[in-house]
Design a binder for this molecule. Structure first.
Ligand code: ADP
Ligand code: MG
Ligand code: ZN
Length: 500
């Protein structure tokens, strides 16, 4: 029997509000000592009253609008009850049957085709405290509680089970994270836990319309981990089904080092959360005007920017997709280009760019997706942390354009700029690696090379084109890669012709 994969993702994203969800504590706790961003409300003391952070509502509604959802006219918070040491009040304020946003979709691109993945809902809740597990000198384990994170706004985006492969899941997450970054509502940083994904996965006979028992996988902290966990789970479930085993509904955890998922708890131990309306907070009514104002204020989103990069500067779909997948990358790219002239109506069709701009765009794109991406990856850095800023890359590109350095040497210069933060001009001056474009200087080397390689010269005369490549190589070697390759070619050919 052939099986089909069914995946639905639940994403939790921390919102970039200044204060926490229901109190005045600062939500910016990342580098703070433990338990310093706390107050009676987020510590869960009895008798205190929460108040709603309006910015968090705004961010959630903006996200819903960007995901083509309806923003509810009426919404409220509910209590989700469960006992756990990181839950200060014994319940979490969340949303149950009246979320802020519902019924949307997110487009993803696969092999040049667009697919819509349904969005079930976008709702708001509060994050929990953090448990830190330790072992003392005697080998005894103990846990510490850091309440800084408790009560920070957490947005949950629940997707429909419309995803059909681990790769689609990866594309969905990349796009979703980009949207949150473009909106400025979340950093989308998965390693830091600001963007967390629970992946629900099941298999079913291909062609079946029914959904089968699903497994929820947790603990992935990179896109790659989500992909691997899903691929592992599909394989495990398929093998079980083929062996005639019945799959059980359970939560499994991804173990990165081993590349496997392990059972954490099964349905029998599922919580009964006893949801009920939060009595300490008023229900919320969102006016049409409020929603329309937010809609009008939405910034340019990844898909629109990708289209613009294709139309305005002639990038390919592939390049434009990669360059717009994170906001920082897209902004870096744009900062390397001369300003594109735009009509009075910026949303109107973009004008085709002059050829020089297109050429520059392609060159910048090649650098960013090539050497730059490679070095960022190798050093484990995000583009925002790179020492090379757009203006520095521009100087390097100008030096190549002017023929001051060759494209080949530029790669070494780039790497040194990347690691030291020095400018291209500084490095070129220090190392004396400017390109030799002076014809008489190059001519002298060409003459020597021709004299020293009579066999290659004879071969060339006998019609062997390869020999020219060899001779060019010898000249480049003699000048340590500094001779202008165009000039070398030209002078070599001239000399060989003349000698014939
Ligand atoms: P739960 O009550 O267990 O949280 P939900 O019905 O609320 O289950 O769905 C949670 C997530 O699981 C959603 O993202 C949804 O798309 C996904 N999902 C639901 N059923 C399946 C299934 N059979 N296979 C894969 N994913 C599923
Ligand atoms: Mg769930
Ligand atoms: Zn507080």
């Amino acid at each position: 029997m052939e099986y089909e994969t069914v995946i639905g993702l639940e994403v939790h994203a921390q919102l970039l509000t200044k204060s926490k969800m229901f109190c005045r504590c600062s939500a910016d706790y990342a580098n703070a000592p433990p338990n310093t961003h706390v107050c009676p409300v987020c510590l869960g003391m009895p008798g205190v009253l929460p108040t709603i952070n309006e910015k968090a509502l705004e961010y959630t509604a903006m996200t819903g609008l960007a995901l083509n959802c309806e923003v509810a006219g009426f919404s409220r918070f509910d209590r989700k009850n469960y006992p756990y040491p990181d839950l200060m009040k014994g319940y979490q304020i969340s949303q149950y049957d009246l979320p802020i946003c519902q019924r949307g979709w997110l487009p993803i691109e696969l092999d040049g085709e667009t697919k819509r993945v349904g969005i079930t809902r976008v709702h708001l809740e509060e994050d929990t405290a953090k448990l830190v597990h330790r072992t003392n000198e005697l080998g005894e384990t103990y846990s510490l509680v850091d309440v800084n994170r408790a009560g920070t706004p957490l947005m949950e985006i629940v997707g429909e089970p419309d995803i059909r492969s681990p790769e689609e899941a990866r594309q969905y997450l990349i796009k979703l994270r980009a949207i949150l970054q473009y909106l400025g509502v979340s950093t989308g940083n998965m390693e830091e836990g600001s963007f967390r994904c629970d992946a629900n996965v099941s298999i079913r006979p291909r062609g079946s319309a029914e959904f089968m028992t699903k497994v929820e996988v947790k603990n992935m902290n990179s896109f790659r981990a989500v992909y691997r966990a899903l691929a592992y789970e599909v394989e495990r479930q398929t093998a079980a089904a083929e062996a005639g085993e019945r799959l059980v509904q359970e939560t499994r955890g991804w173990v990165e080092e081993k590349g496997v998922t392990v059972s954490q708890r099964s349905k029998e131990y599922a919580h009964d959360y006893r949801y009920f309306p939060e009595p300490d907070l008023p229900p919320m009514a969102f006016s049409r005007q409020w929603v329309e104002d937010l809609l009008a204020r939405l910034p340019e989103l990844p898909d629109a920017r990708r289209e613009r990069f294709m139309k305005e500067v002639g990038l390919s779909l592939y390049d434009a997709s990669l360059l717009t997948a994170s906001r920082d990358t897209a902004e870096y790219f744009e900062a390397c280009l001369p300003r594109v002239p735009r009509g009075p109506d910026a949303s109107g069709p973009a004008k085709a760019a002059p050829a020089s701009l297109q050429k520059r765009a392609k060159v910048v794109s090649n650098w960013m997706l090539g050497d730059f991406a490679r070095l960022l990856n190798a050093r484990g850095l995000e583009i925002g942390q790179a020492k090379i800023r757009p203006e520095h890359l521009c100087v390097l590109l100008d030096l190549i354009d002017q023929g001051t350095i060759s494209g080949k040497i530029a790669k070494d210069v780039f790497e040194e700029m990347f690691d030291t933060g020095k400018t291209a001009s500084q490095i070129v001056t220090e190392k004396g690696i400017t390109q030799i474009s002076d014809a008489s200087q190059v001519e002298a080397v060409v003459a020597e090379v021709v004299k020293a390689n009579p066999q290659a010269v004879a071969d060339y005369k006998a019609g062997k084109q390869q020999s020219l490549v060899f001779l060019v190589g010898q000249v480049m070697k003699a000048t340590r890669g500094r001779a202008n390759p165009k000039l070398v070619n030209q002078l070599l050919e001239e000399r060989l012709e003349a000698a014939g």
